[in-house]
Every structure is written in C-alpha cells, then in structure tokens.
Design a protein around this ligand. Structure first.
Ligand SMILES: [Zn+2]
Length: 313
C-alpha cells in the first residue's frame, strides 16, 4: 500500500495484478476542457495503473481542470467499499457506491463469507455520502453456470439493501441482459436504477426507457465497433442517460488501451453529443442534471470523520 494524503492509502489495488502484461503505459494527454461541467458516474480510483500511477487527489485535480466536477467512487468488495466510503467522507468531490461485485459474490458464498460481507455493505450503505449500492448484478461471462444461482441471490440481496436505505442501484450486466431485467421486475427495482457501462442494444434501451431506468455510457460508446451502443443511446430519453469512465478501464478513443482517469470523460461526452447531434454544452448540462437526480448534490451531505466501520472490525 502506498500512503495517500492523511491516513487513507492512495492505492489498494493494482491493475497489473488483474491483467496479463506489465502495463508499462502512461496516462494519455487531456482533452480540451468542457465549458459545462459533468460528473464521472462510475470510477475505481483505488487502482494503481500505468508506469506513473496517479493517486485520487491527482485524478480529481486533473478532472477539475477539464470541467469534471466530481466522481462516484465504486467499491467491488468489502475492502474497496470501505475505502470508497472513507474517500467520500473526506473528499467533497467524491460520493460513494458500495457492493460485492457479481464475480466476487459467488466466491464469498462458497467460502461461507457472503452474509458477513453483505452485512458490512448494509452498514456502509447507511452512511452519509454513500449514495448507491453497486456495482452489483450478473456477469455470465466470467461466472460458470453452477455459481450463477449464488450470483443471482447476491444481486437480490443488494437490491434489498438499496431499497432499504432509499439509495440508487448501480448494475453490472455482462452477457446477462434478460436475466438482470427479470430479477429487477421480479423483486422490484429501486426508484433510481442505473445500468453502469451500459452494454445493451436498442431493444434493452427500450426496456430501460419504459421502466424509468438509467443507462450510464462509458468509453465503449466511442469505440469504432460499438454501433449497437450508439443506436441504444439514440433510443434513450435524454433524462435517463449518464456518463462514466469506469477508471482505470475502458479508456475512450483516441487513447484506448492507456490508463483511464475521470479527466478523459470529455472524449466520451463529445462522442455522445455527435451521436445525438446535440450541442456539447446542452448535453453536458443534461448529464449533470441527471447525475444529481440519481445521486443528489455532492454538497448535500456533510464530510465527516472516518468511523470505525471504515477501518474494519
Ligand atoms: Zn466498475
């Protein structure tokens, strides 16, 4: 762990541990600034990536210099969820989402540790500046069939936690569109339900549109082969679209493959504006309104001391 400002470590994950290759890559140049500010609706700032990793303060400062006003920092297990809540507690430009990732939940279930982990998520979800349960959902790409039942149960449990605390739900849906929709309709979706890194087509967009759910678009919408995603974007009501980086992943064109950071989001906003044949500033204003609709204002809830729950029991 490297030290960050204060007592919160700068990084608790390394992207190089997840992927083959040594990630000897540097951060790409910044786009020119947006005139109207936006928020990054989904990022993992706890990751060290590239040959000169940035800590969260550098990410946020650099984001601010191109008009990115704040970030929803997303946890994927107990440790990163605690870290996310702790960062949101001390940093006015950050709000947090907490959850056990759908690839992680079945493994904890097998180890008999899922219930304890969910109890921590429930505790964190009650804290100020924790504005969403996520990322949770279904991932049939990386989870074998025999564990998909446990994954579904964990998804249902996360939905209940979001509803109990009256906060948003951030869904990870990989190769599981129909089943995600099925579970949401079966148990009842939270009032604010977001498909993070929306990966569906126009047909799924119609479902989201009808149900009042949100589609959050990542750098993938800028990729050359993502015509289906752009068709989906055109179908979505403008009041139900969001934008995100999924930092450190999914870096938008023209820097695909490089480390990602919230400061790269103007590329995605401009690509979306192109697709929608919409003025960039009007789109940015709409995206910001939508972010506040889902998560509330970044200055609504006060900063605070780090409670014992953030340090672990
Ligand atoms: Zn993510």
């Amino acid at each position: 762990m490297s030290a960050g400002p204060g007592d919160l470590p700068a990084h608790i994950r390394a992207r190089g541990d997840l992927e083959a290759g040594d990630r000897k890559v540097s951060y790409p140049p910044a786009p020119h600034p947006l005139q109207v500010g936006v928020y990054d609706n989904h990022a993992h700032l706890e990751f060290a990536d590239g040959d000169n990793p940035m800590d969260y303060t550098e990410h946020l400062d650099r984001a601010g210099s191109v008009g990115v006003m704040g970030v929803i920092q997303v946890g994927t297990d107990v440790e990163t969820s605690r870290w996310s809540a702790a960062l949101a507690h001390r940093e006015p430009r950050v709000l947090a989402a907490v959850a056990i990732h759908p690839n992680e939940a079945p493994l904890l279930h097998q180890a008999g540790e899922l219930d304890d982990a969910l109890a921590v998520i429930d505790e964190l979800a009650a804290m100020p500046r924790v504005v969403a349960v996520g990322e949770t959902g279904l991932d049939f790409f990386r989870t074998p069939e025999e564990l998909q039942g446990a994954q579904k149960d964990a998804f249902r449990a996360h939905i209940e936690i979001a509803k109990k605390h009256g906060i948003a739900l951030q869904i990870h849906d990989r190769d599981a569109h129909d089943q995600v929709v099925e579970v949401l309709l079966e148990v009842g979706a939270p009032e604010k339900t977001v498909f993070h890194c929306f990966s569906g087509d126009a047909e799924l967009a119609e479902v989201l549109s009808a149900e009042g759910w949100y589609a959050s678009f990542a750098g993938t919408v800028t990729f050359k082969n993502s015509e289906g995603l752009r068709e989906a974007l055109k179908v979505m009501p403008r009041s139900q679209i969001l934008v995100e980086t999924d930092t450190p992943f999914l870096t938008p064109v023209p820097s695909r493959g490089k480390p990602n950071s919230p400061y790269m989001i103007p590329f995605t906003v401009r690509s979306m504006a192109d697709t929608l044949k919409m003025d960039e500033n009007l789109l940015a204003a709409q995206l910001t309104d939508n972010t506040i609709d889902v998560y509330g204002r970044f200055d609504d809830q006060p900063l605070g001391e780090l409670g014992s729950v953030l340090r672990g029991r």
